[in-house]
Design a protein around this ligand. Structure first.
Ligand SMILES: NC(=O)c1ccc[n+]([C@@H]2O[C@H](COP(=O)([O-])OP(=O)(O)OC[C@H]3O[C@@H](n4cnc5c(N)ncnc54)[C@H](O)[C@@H]3O)[C@@H](O)[C@H]2O)c1
Length: 373
């Protein structure tokens, strides 16, 4: 199976690789896509819209990456003005791995622009409540440690965002003895963090005392250049959210801060006043850039969901309507069930009387769809 990726690739390389992965022999494209973050889905949709007359490729770009995508689409269009229509003709669906990619899918659906049926794998309980939470609980600290070897105990760590990834990240850092501060915009998540004993405040309130900054909001411009200017000397800044726009990397790189590469994936930026900060993985996912991502056991849960989603999209390709779907709870429970034996868990079986008392079948599903775990 060809792999179109290598460590240290530029944005131009990355989007060229995405295009190559979508270019199959004989001018064909994929019939099904497993996406993570929605970039393959985005490239096809934007290319298709261009062929339909959209002028997006000529509009001003918010980032260098957007410029790279637009340049690539223009190049493909000049070579073959029907390329993406040909791909879409045979495309039967996509299953999306992560929160940010799912967010993009729902936005496309709302705008009436989605072209194929899509399965939101992230919101299977056995994905987001495991990979995002327990995966990051292990791989965040792993990334920071491999990159810096810093003593985490006693340091002030600031985690921006207390969703599933933020919860795993905060607990990971606390587990190593950091004094963790959380920032949130959602009152429910902020209250959750406070009830877990974390200090909750704004990022501005932490500048000058925070030693480690971690972003995991799925949102943009969380750590700004102005924030970085006011950080404590030797502060470590990293992101474990899907995209690097959580930290203002473009502005930092274009600023008066002097960049010194310490080792691969670790850069020191020294501001004219004399203080420095360390940025890990160029602001990209630190657990992937500086470590090896999540352990395989938790990914096995995620990929079981992906496999079930792909099988379902193909088996029911004749009946699926364009839209975003989640897998049924029965399959979610099945994914968990399949992983119990490996870790030696003994599950209790409901008696028929108990099942009747709860109003569920002995073999499940055990919870209503609105149950939150
Ligand atoms: N690195 C990995 O291995 C990995 C794994 C899973 C998910 N992710 C990515 O991590 C990101 C977060 O995923 P999640 O599942 O935790 O999402 P989530 O929606 O559960 O959590 C994000 C949280 O950030 C908060 N937030 C938004 N804007 C904020 C701001 N300005 N300041 C502070 N908080 C803010 C939201 O209220 C929310 O609670 C996504 O981009 C997702 O794709 C990464």
């Amino acid at each position: 199976m060809p792999v179109f990726a290598w460590k240290g690739e530029s944005l131009e390389d990355y989007w060229w690789s995405t295009w190559q992965a979508l270019s199959h022999p004989g001018g064909q494209g994929p019939q099904l896509i497993v996406d993570d973050g929605g970039d393959a889905t985005l490239l096809i949709h934007k290319g298709y819209e261009l062929e339909e007359g959209s002028d997006w490729v000529n509009s001003p770009s918010a980032s260098h990456e957007e410029e790279v995508i637009k340049d690539l689409l223009k190049q493909i269009h000049s070579e073959n003005p029907r390329r993406w229509h040909d791909v879409v003709k045979d495309w039967r669906g996509v299953s999306e791995e992560t929160t940010t990619g799912v967010h993009r899918l729902y936005k496309m659906q709302e705008a009436g622009k989605l072209l194929v049926p899509a399965i939101n794998v992230n919101d299977s309980v056995t994905k987001s409540k495991f990979d995002n939470l327990y995966g990051c609980r292990e791989s965040l600290a792993d990334g920071i440690k491999r990159a810096t070897d810093v003593m985490v105990a006693g340091k002030v760590a600031v985690v921006c965002g207390y969703g599933d990834v933020g919860k795993g990240s905060s607990h990971s850092l606390r587990g190593m003895g950091a004094r963790v501060v959380v920032t949130e915009i959602d009152p429910i998540n902020a209250l959750q963090a406070a009830m877990e004993g974390f200090e909750v405040t704004t990022i501005e309130d932490t500048l000058g005392r925070g030693d480690i900054y971690v972003t995991c909001t799925g949102n943009c411009e969380i750590v700004t250049l102005e924030h970085m200017r006011k950080m404590k000397d030797q502060a470590i800044v990293c992101n474990i959210g899907h995209f690097d726009n959580e930290i203002q990397m473009d502005r930092l790189n274009g600023s008066d801060a002097r960049k010194t590469n310490i080792k691969p994936q670790v850069d020191m930026y020294t501001f004219p006043e004399g203080h420095s900060i360390f940025v890990l993985a160029e602001g990209r996912l630190v657990n992937l850039g500086c470590a090896t991502g999540h352990p395989s056991f938790v990914m096995s849960n995620s990929f079981s969901n992906q496999t079930l989603a792909q099988l379902d999209l193909w088996k029911n390709r004749g009946t699926y309507k364009v839209g975003v779907y989640t897998l049924p709870k029965r399959l979610d429970e099945e994914v968990a069930r399949l992983h119990l034996e490996k870790i030696g868990v003994k599950l209790t079986t409901l008696s028929p009387k108990q099942a009747e008392y709860l109003g569920v079948a002995v073999e499940g599903p055990y919870k209503p769809d609105h149950y939150r775990y």
